[in-house]
Design a protein around this ligand. Structure first.
Ligand code: ARG
Length: 549
């Protein structure tokens, strides 16, 4: 991204003594950049208007018009220079977060629970932020904080021993586990013995009993196998799968730290940390000695801080856990950890799906895989109609169908509640993933037909309104990516991608690209730049960019 402020500052400081870099400010209606001259009046004993006029007369900056108006120095970038600068910048060369480490906790599935539609948002927002942070030069650490601790696993073992068997488990996987779990709950109401039995199995997992741990590990493997299939479809990566169970024996060290600060109180036999008035106390350990969710999160926070030396720690978790994270961060602040203020709960709204029939629901949950399958099916139908000759069409349908769902999830601000409609998400002419993918493929097809080879560009050819609009949207793309990182908001990227496509399609209709000569060369160069930016940006929001569609 070309640094106009720096160019202006470097020249202007020679004629305006005392100029600070921050005095150069961006765009208003009169110019692209300006410098207010009021602060120099006292030192120079001249009116701001005279100062601006003198400076304007003395300043010459290549590719920029400099004017004085009402005590301001105004700088307007000439289109040709702007286009040239835009093309001189390599895509993704801007690395503002170099040297920073960011832990991102996302997806964080629960063992023995199917991957359902409720996990979509945490998975794609977190997975996209992971790519966005890396693109900005940060060392991103993707963490799947598995829900692999709790009394429910004792229940599952007890249910499995009573009603399950290995063959059925191997065959039906998570469906079997879910069914066993539901059955346990209904039978538990009739039979008191079940509760005690489950508790005993939980204890056995805790104490490392071989048989119990073996079964639990099997449940875990089944869950992860399913989750990893979903991750592969969604282009999601992790660096760590350390779950809650890993932190159980690290809670004692946290208690010591809290104790040293005199923060642990006993309340009705339980160990708590009292917090500010607007929050209930944080429950660290129950009276029966069992640690709680927040205790394991405290241990995880220390572990991440110590092991990754992170500058920031993001938790991409639904808004209904807002109190939990507020408590977590407050305990760390009370414990005097300065890094408590670098922790962020990246929250998001609720998701519902329109137009999926109940037959695909399992009990009350809609599996994400079923939603994806329905989207891919629909995509295949649309592609067969639009482009029956397309080779590799099932691979493309997978990219387009899955991409449609993901792009839709990442298109609105994350705090907004979301109601999915497959037909909206798959509208090739709407503000959708398929629209961006299709525009990318259209660019590639133009480039292929023309046999484009990069050569010297005559930049003035790209100064007409249609081309210039496209160039403007490409020029600050790296900055847009950075602002998505800073605001934890992948929608900033997906929205810009749609804007680029709309501008490119206007350009495509407004001018003839394949017209020969230096015009064709410049327009193809712009087309290539659009294609590369779209492909790069699609990757940041987890979508594939098929070459043909
Ligand atoms: N497994 C939890 C759930 O599904 C989410 C965990 C979020 N991460 C964390 N560090 N607490 O509700």
């Amino acid at each position: 991204m070309y640094d106009y402020k720096k160019t202006i500052y470097d020249s202007a400081v020679k004629v305006l003594e005392g100029l600070d870099a921050a005095d150069v400010t961006a765009a208003d209606a009169f110019c692209d950049y300006c410098i207010p001259c009021f602060k120099f009046a006292k030192i120079l004993r001249k009116s701001p208007a005279a100062i601006a006029a003198d400076a304007a007369a003395a300043l010459k900056i290549d590719g920029m018009k400099v004017e004085a108006l009402n005590g301001y120095l105004n700088f307007t970038i000439e289109r040709e220079a702007f286009v040239k600068n835009a093309f001189s910048q390599e895509l993704n060369a801007y690395k503002p977060l170099e040297g920073k480490t960011v832990c991102i906790d996302y997806s964080s599935v629960n063992i023995a629970k199917p991957f359902h539609i409720g996990h979509l948002m945490t998975t794609v927002i977190g997975g996209s932020l992971y790519k966005i942070y890396k693109a900005c030069g940060a060392n991103a650490v993707g963490i799947n904080h598995l829900g692999d601790w709790g009394t429910q696993f004792g229940k599952l073992i007890s249910a499995y021993r009573r009603w399950g068997n290995e063959d059925r488990l191997n065959e039906r996987g998570l469906d079997e586990l879910l069914e066993l779990y539901v059955r346990f709950h209904s039978e538990e109401e009739k039979d008191n013995a079940l509760h005690a039995e489950a508790l005993e199995w939980s204890k056995k997992i805790e104490t490392g009993d071989g048989y119990a741990v073996g079964l639990f590990d099997k449940f875990k493997a089944i869950t992860l196998e399913q989750a990893k299939k979903v991750y592969a479809r969604l282009n999601i990566e992790f660096d760590s799968y350390l779950g809650e169970s890993f932190y159980v024996d690290k809670v004692a060290a946290v208690e010591q730290k809290l104790n040293a600060k005199n923060l642990l109180k006993i309340s009705e036999g339980a160990e708590v940390v009292e917090l500010a008035d607007d929050m209930p106390p944080a429950l660290i350990r129950r009276s029966d000695g069992a640690s709680l969710y927040i205790a394991r999160d405290l241990a995880a926070a220390y572990y991440r801080h110590e092991n990754y030396n992170s500058d920031k720690c993001l938790y991409v978790v639904a808004s209904h856990q807002a109190l939990h994270f507020k408590q977590l961060f407050s305990v760390l602040a009370l414990a005097g950890e300065p890094w408590a203020s670098d922790m962020v709960h990246v929250s998001y709204g609720m998701v519902s799906v329109e137009g999926m029939s109940l037959s695909t629901r399992h009990g009350n949950v809609l599996y994400l895989n079923d939603v994806l399958a329905a989207a891919v099916d629909k995509a295949a139908g649309i592609i067969a109609e639009r482009n029956p000759e397309l080779g590799n069409s099932s691979r493309v349908a997978e990219s387009v169908g899955v991409g449609a769902v993901v792009f839709d999830a990442l298109y609105d601000g994350r705090l907004k509640d979301k109601n999915f409609s497959l037909s909206d998400a798959l509208n090739f002419d709407g503000e959708t993933g398929p629209y961006v993918q299709y525009t990318h493929a259209r660019c590639r097809s133009v480039l292929g037909k023309a046999g484009y080879k990069p050569s010297k560009i005559e930049y003035d050819i790209l100064t007409d309104d249609a081309a210039y609009e496209v160039v403007k949207l490409l020029a600050d793309f790296d900055e847009v990516v950075y602002s998505a990182a800073v605001k934890y908001e992948p929608s900033i990227v997906s929205r810009r991608l749609v804007k680029i496509c709309q501008a490119f399609n206007r350009f495509y209709n407004a001018v003839r690209i394949m017209c020969g000569g230096k015009e064709e060369n410049a327009r193809l160069a712009l087309t290539a730049r659009v294609a590369d930016t779209l492909k790069y940006g699609l990757g940041l929001v987890l979508l594939d960019a098929p070459e043909k569609m």
